[in-house]
Design a protein around this ligand. Structure first.
Ligand code: CA
Length: 247
């Protein structure tokens, strides 16, 4: 019941008659992989080394931004100016090496279950990430076999604007030839939620980090779960409501 009411409100607001679900768009860090805590530490260590203030909460609040945008944000707050190219390069290089000190992040608990259900429902699963890791597809194939295709994936290489701009999610729709009302998004970060909402897609927040739920709801999330596991447990009910609710 509660899902159909939420979906109806979404349809009315967007002036869609129904969701004709064909695709599920997944953010990567904090959704597919339990990697955000490592990214947060790497950001804190690398900014600190150059005297730039940036704490863990900042890392979670700005998750999803491009590297340039994140570093410029910190410089604007502290110095009222953008960072120079050299400053960006220095911090980001150190951030990468700090991040790489950690072992590969594990898949988020419950994510494989969600992906299995998505496949059972014949939905296309697409990754939409601001990451620019070269070997991403191999890693995804290894951890989630036969789930994601390289040609539909959206990474930092595919877009001009990062989240919270809608371009990453609009690009995923374009690549897969889907309409906004034929997809859902699963996101953990406020800026990722903003991006998906701005692309006109029904957005499910999974709050896997330390931020208040309200921050994700204020960003526009239509629904919120506290783990991928709880999304997996609710999937059948939600899937039915997504398909059956019409206005
Ligand atoms: Ca994320």
């Amino acid at each position: 019941m509660k899902y159909s009411k939420i979906i109806k409100d979404f349809l009315e607001k967007k002036k869609y008659s129904q969701i004709n679900l064909k695709a599920a768009l997944f953010d990567m860090d904090g959704v597919l992989y339990d990697s955000m805590k490592n990214h947060a530490v790497a950001w804190c260590n690398s900014t600190k080394a150059f005297g730039v203030n940036f704490n863990k909460e900042d890392a979670y609040l700005h998750e999803g931004r491009t590297r340039i945008s994140t570093i410029n944000w910190a410089y604007q707050r502290q110095y009222d100016r953008d960072a120079t190219e050299e400053e960006i390069e220095n911090i980001y290089e150190l951030k990468e090496s700090e991040y790489n000190k950690f072992p590969d992040a594990s898949p988020m608990i419950g994510t494989s279950k969600v992906l299995e259900k998505i496949k059972e429902n014949d939905l296309t699963a697409i990754v939409v990430t601001g990451s620019s890791q070269e070997s991403l597809l191999d890693r995804l194939e290894n951890d989630f076999p036969n789930t994601f295709q390289g040609e539909s994936m959206v990474t930092a290489f595919d877009v001009k604007h990062g989240k919270p701009h809608p371009e990453p999610y609009l690009m995923a729709l374009k690549k897969g030839e889907f309409k906004p009302q034929e997809a859902i998004v699963i996101e953990n970060a406020p800026l990722g939620v903003e991006s998906a909402v701005a692309a006109g897609i029904f957005t499910i927040a999974v709050n896997t980090g330390p931020l208040d739920d309200q921050i994700l709801l204020d960003a526009g999330a239509n629904l919120l779960f506290h783990s991928m596991e709880s999304l997996a447990n609710e999937w059948e009910k939600l899937y039915n409501a997504l398909n059956e609710t019409k206005i």
